[in-house]
Design a protein around this ligand. Structure first.
Ligand code: HEM
Length: 183
């Protein structure tokens, strides 16, 4: 997993908890890398799970809630770090419909070693989008947080429902997104 994801995670922990919490979870997690991340480095994704689990133990928050919050935060950081991906993008569902073929395709060019999930558009209408997420890394909660960050960025009210389609080596999850009528 790219170092940028780790540095953003630790920045969020410093902001929302404290610098001491960052040190504590790095100690607890017993990381092969020692926790000294650079944005351009690549580290085992298991270190992210270990850090988030350590934070969950030390805070009263579940791993799911932490990954959701981190996903929302991370999307906001992507908006700042990768402005070119947002040029000409006006709504969340169109943006998310292009996650595989446009956004992550560009990410793959920038970081050939990136371990990205696979997203398939199962169906699409003006006001809805069904995406299937598949990844051996089981970051479906992070995916939900990123989607919620995307809704917030575009200022849209969108209902999100999820269903697990398969566990095992690769986790498969269906996300059904529906734009809510505006009052
Ligand atoms: C401008 C927007 C985005 C950028 C620049 C971006 C970039 C990245 C990068 C750099 C990684 C790390 C890859 C690695 O560590 O090797 C990643 C992982 C991931 N991205 Fe994106 N991403 C964006 C939007 C999204 C959105 C909107 C979603 C959800 C629909 C998403 C879902 C994920 C997930 C779930 C992972 C974790 C890896 C996994 O599950 O296997 N990303 N992305």
């Amino acid at each position: 997993m790219k170092g940028v994801v780790f540095t953003e995670f630790l920045d969020m922990v410093a902001d929302r908890f404290s610098a001491d919490m960052v040190d504590d979870i790095i100690d607890d997690a017993q990381l092969p890398s020692g926790g000294a991340y650079t944005a351009v480095g690549t580290y085992p994704h298991s270190e992210m799970v270990a850090l988030a689990s350590a934070l969950s133990r030390r805070s009263s928050l579940s791993l799911r809630d932490l990954l959701l919050a981190f996903g929302e935060h991370l999307f906001g950081r992507f908006v700042v770090a990768y402005p070119a991906f947002f040029t000409g993008q006006h709504d969340a569902l169109s943006f998310l419909a292009g996650i595989e073929d446009i956004i992550h395709a560009e990410v793959r060019k920038l970081y050939p070693e990136a371990e990205l999930p696979r997203f398939v558009v199962e169906s699409r209408s003006t006001d809805s989008l069904t995406l299937i997420y598949a990844s051996g890394r089981h970051f479906e909660d992070l995916a939900e947080g990123l989607m919620r960050g995307c809704f917030r960025h575009f200022g849209e009210a969108i209902d999100l429902q999820r269903a697990c389609l398969g566990e095992g080596d690769a986790r498969t999850e269906r996300f059904v997104l529906r734009r809510l009528p505006t009052a």
